[in-house]
Design a protein around this ligand. Structure first.
Ligand code: DSN
Length: 465
């Protein structure tokens, strides 16, 4: 016993309630098919770093300049994490720096706005119902939903509903009138590559900073299978737990050195580093989460390996196979395809909406999320489903396995269509019908087959719990 509180140093004894809930969640993850596009299964080494003594230490400040003593080892952890972050994206430390202390993606974005946009300054991000993220400034006509829209003035850009692609022309025209201080090139649900070069031209046309929020695609970027935002952007943020396959955390990359050469030959220098570092701490956060920083460092080491590149290539291949199979089965795919790790399915031609699709899939052990599609009137009543390939690719599913996964999805959606026809228009009647005697046996049988299939693919992480 290493603890004077009569603890047994074994969670199963010290806290059986939480232990059993963790076991149940592990079982759910193992027996189901996780297809949330923003999730992944991280490695055991990352989990080991997360569960380490690094969590015990306060270290406000930056390496070499802390407000607390005893940080000589923590400094080394953070410096190594910074070094690996720059290496993972092939960045020259003379041209780019990185802050690794942001607790996750939304705090990272808010820190960037706090640093570079004055209170109530203007920003433009992709509209949330069109595939943008809350933290890019989402608000409705009745509510400023995200703090970003409370403290900054946000004007969204949108998709062309006919093509499902970003309407860059409209963004350009609106940016010339709105004159934002910052344009955000980033997505939460958009299956096509972003045209960072075009974003740069638009930002230059209105004198804005260009921020890429590459959270969804950062693993693909590190592996060179998605366009590289660093070529064109001033600042790049990312979470570390999506395609990057690390722990939950956030990174902020910022440019250093010459911003532009003026007409008179003088150089305008970037001044982002101090502003961004100070916005993170002391501006918005206290002590960094050192266990996360250590675990991010572990993930970034993995991201520099040839195996990681192969994994990301497989993620994209799996997403494309999933997309093709869905289309062959009559599903409508927004934008007509995918370039990355996700597929957005519009269920309107199936007579269903996202809530019904998500419900039936959850009941057969397939985890997805309902998502808005172009033309949806409300973010609260989305027509589609977002399906992602990263988590199942981490369980080593290949293209042929995704063909089978689509068969399961199609079978579930067909059940939902039948239940919906029999139920009438209310969601609660649909749920009752699906859970009732006519459909429950069919749902349970499909869940059983999904489970038998899923357990054939081991989960990364701890084997014992
Ligand atoms: N929940 C993540 C996503 O799905 O994009 C980010 O907030």
């Amino acid at each position: 016993m290493a603890d004077s509180w009569n603890l047994q140093d074994d969670i199963s004894v010290d806290d059986p309630e939480i232990y059993n809930l963790i076991k149940k969640e592990k079982d759910r993850q193992r027996k189901g098919l996780e297809m949330i596009a923003s999730e992944n299964f991280t490695s055991k080494s990352v989990l080991q770093a997360l569960g380490s003594c690094l969590t015990n230490k306060y270290s406000e400040g930056l390496p070499g300049n802390r407000y607390y003593g005893g940080n000589e080892i923590i400094d080394q952890v953070e410096i190594l994490c910074q070094k690996r972050a720059l290496e993972a994206f092939n960045l020259n430390p003379e041209e780019w720096g990185v802050n690794v202390q942001a607790l996750s993606g939304s705090p990272a974005n808010f820190a960037v706005y706090t640093a570079l946009v004055e209170p109530h300054g203007r920003i433009m991000g992709l509209h949330l119902p069109d595939g943008g993220h809350l933290s890019h400034g989402f608000m409705t006509n009745t509510k400023k939903v995200s703090a970003t829209s409370v403290y900054f003035e946000s004007f969204p850009y949108k998709l062309d509903p006919a093509t499902g692609l970003i309407n860059y022309d409209e963004l350009e025209a609106n940016s010339k009138m709105f004159l934002p201080k910052m344009i955000i090139a980033g997505i939460s649900c958009y299956s096509r590559d972003l045209d960072y070069k075009r974003f740069r031209k638009i930002a230059d046309g209105c004198g804005a900073y260009l921020l890429a929020d590459m959270a969804h695609v950062s693993g693909l970027v590190a592996a060179g299978v998605a366009p590289n935002p660093f070529e064109y952007c001033d600042v790049v943020t990312t979470t570390t737990h999506k395609t990057l396959r690390g722990p939950r955390s956030g990174l902020i990359f910022f440019r250093k050195g010459v911003r532009k050469v003026l007409k008179n030959g003088n150089k305008e220098m970037y001044d982002l580093e101090k502003k961004i570092n100070e916005a993170v701490f002391p501006g918005l956060q206290g002590g960094p989460h050192n266990h996360q920083i250590g675990a991010v460092a572990v993930a970034l080491k993995q991201a520099a390996t040839p195996e990681f590149k192969l994994y990301q290539q497989q993620v994209v291949s799996n997403a494309k196979t999933m997309c093709k199979c869905l289309m062959e089965k009559g599903f409508h795919i927004v934008s007509g395809g995918t370039d990355n790790h996700l597929v957005l399915v519009d269920l309107r031609n199936k007579g269903l909406d996202g809530a019904r699709g998500e419900y039936v899939l959850e009941h057969v052990g397939v985890a997805v999320n309902k998502n808005t599609c172009p033309g949806d009137k409300s973010a609260l009543k989305p027509s589609g489903l977002r399906l992602g390939a990263p988590p199942l690719s981490s369980r080593n599913l290949k293209d042929a396995d995704f063909v089978k996964v689509v068969d399961f999805i199609d079978e579930a959606i067909t059940l939902a269509q039948e239940a919906n026809k029999a139920a009438g228009s209310l969601l609660k009647d649909f749920k009752a019908k699906l859970d009732g005697p006519e459909f429950k046996p069919k749902v349970d049988s499909l869940k059983q087959r999904v489970e038998e299939f899923a357990v054939g693919f081991p989960l990364p992480g701890y084997d014992d719990w």
